[in-house]
Write a protein that binds this ligand. Structure first.
Ligand code: FE2
Length: 387
């Protein structure tokens, strides 16, 4: 399938066409091929990093010669450098960008990556859960759990130590804690003069954390040390499911929340003044849904929506909140000591029910980042593929 069976040069050497064993064809531009050459003068054989800049490559680069070589390689000679480079056929196939069955034109606004699965309260029957000891000692188990975090943006850990600071050990399973003004980790329990409403017994509506930061912490872990109070249940809601529902029900509302920036601010403690200007629903330039920011406590006056659209913007904001709070959206659970959950803070909102002053509820939280998690997952998946 991924084996080149024919190679042709077209457009005066500006493009190479590879015919595959499957009968399909892929076009590659000469400048793209030259920039991505795999030879040791172009890429460091040790660390794989590119040794040259685009401006080192002649702008008039053309393909002078291209032919299939040994073991499914394609051998390309570029002019005017007169440089010959070998591309493995499998590499070309894996990186082909000229797909005959190009699906990109059909993707809806707010499309999501294939490796993500949106969910609602039905996930309660199969919450992805890892055992702390297994995650600490077994790379396969860790890979399964990290893969679930990538797919659902949410997972639990059970069987952890009931020890202050253990929340950071969970982050260390895959990456690094992101320290903030709240510290390396922070206690979530009732305080006399709380610097944040999280440090009270009040219920908290579904939210993403710290939307006033840019960039936001992309992961949050909340770890339970005590939970004997009445109430204090945890809830999580898939923001991508909520945004997708809004898009399908009311595309104009989805457009307003993704098109205009909201404002977020936190200045609840001395010498802290965090502000951001970002949309509640964030899209990539190709309309991929890439982020949710939603937090009633830290939304600042929104001033980037034109007067003529503000009324509709507020209607959209309300509708989005209604969808997030709708029955059937949240997975609800009560953490026991030694248990924790992790959320993708760019996607999954968390909430808690209010709790009583009898008994105690003591959670610790920390932030970490998704790039480190995905890096660890990628190395585990590479190991599995090699063995
Ligand atoms: Fe929170």
């Amino acid at each position: 399938m991924g084996t080149p069976v024919a190679v042709e040069i077209i457009d005066d050497g500006a493009v190479m066409v590879v015919g595959w064993g499957s009968g399909t064809r892929s076009r590659f531009h000469a400048i793209w091929l030259r920039d991505n050459a795999l030879d040791p003068e172009t890429r460091d054989p040790g660390n794989g990093q590119r040794l040259i800049a685009l401006t080192d490559i002649p702008a008039e680069t053309r393909i002078a010669l291209a032919e299939t070589g040994e073991a499914g390689d394609v051998v390309v000679t570029f002019s005017p450098e007169d440089k010959t480079v070998r591309f493995p056929g499998a590499w070309l196939h894996a990186h082909a960008y000229d797909r005959p069955e190009d699906h990109r034109a059909d993707r809806p606004c707010g499309w999501i990556q294939q490796e993500l699965t949106t969910w609602d309260s039905g996930l309660a029957n199969s919450v992805p859960t890892g055992d702390y000891r297994a995650l600490s000692t077994n790379r396969g188990a860790l890979g399964d759990w990290l893969s679930a975090v990538r797919r659902y943006g949410f997972a639990k850990v059970t069987g952890g130590p009931v020890a202050s600071g253990a929340v950071c050990d969970v982050a260390a399973l895959f990456g690094f804690v992101r320290e903030t003004n709240y510290g390396r980790w922070f206690d979530v329990r009732t305080e006399v003069s709380p610097s944040n409403l999280a440090y009270t017994g009040l219920g908290l509506t579904a939210h993403t954390d710290n939307p006033y930061r840019d960039p936001v912490p992309t992961l949050q872990i909340l770890y339970c040390l005590e939970n004997s109070a009445d109430g204090g249940d945890s809830l999580v809601v898939d923001g991508f499911m909520a945004a997708t529902r809004l898009r399908d029900e009311a595309p104009d509302m989805f457009d307003l929340l993704s098109h205009y920036c909201a404002r977020f601010e936190y200045r609840g403690a001395a010498e802290v003044c965090l502000r951001s200007r970002k949309p509640m629903i964030e899209l990539a330039p190709d309309e991929e849904l890439i982020g949710i920011r939603f937090n009633n406590r830290s939304t600042a006056p929104i001033v980037d929506v034109p007067y003529d659209h503000m009324r509709d913007y507020y209607a959209a904001y309300r509708r989005f909140a209604d969808i997030i709070d709708a029955p059937g959206m949240a997975v609800r659970f009560k953490l026991a000591p030694g248990e924790c959950f992790i959320v993708d803070n760019t996607r999954v909102m968390h909430a808690r029910t209010g709790y009583s002053s009898t008994g105690t509820r003591w959670l610790q939280g920390c932030y970490a980042d998704k790039d480190g998690l995905l890096s660890t997952l990628a190395t585990i998946e590479d190991d599995l593929n090699e063995h």
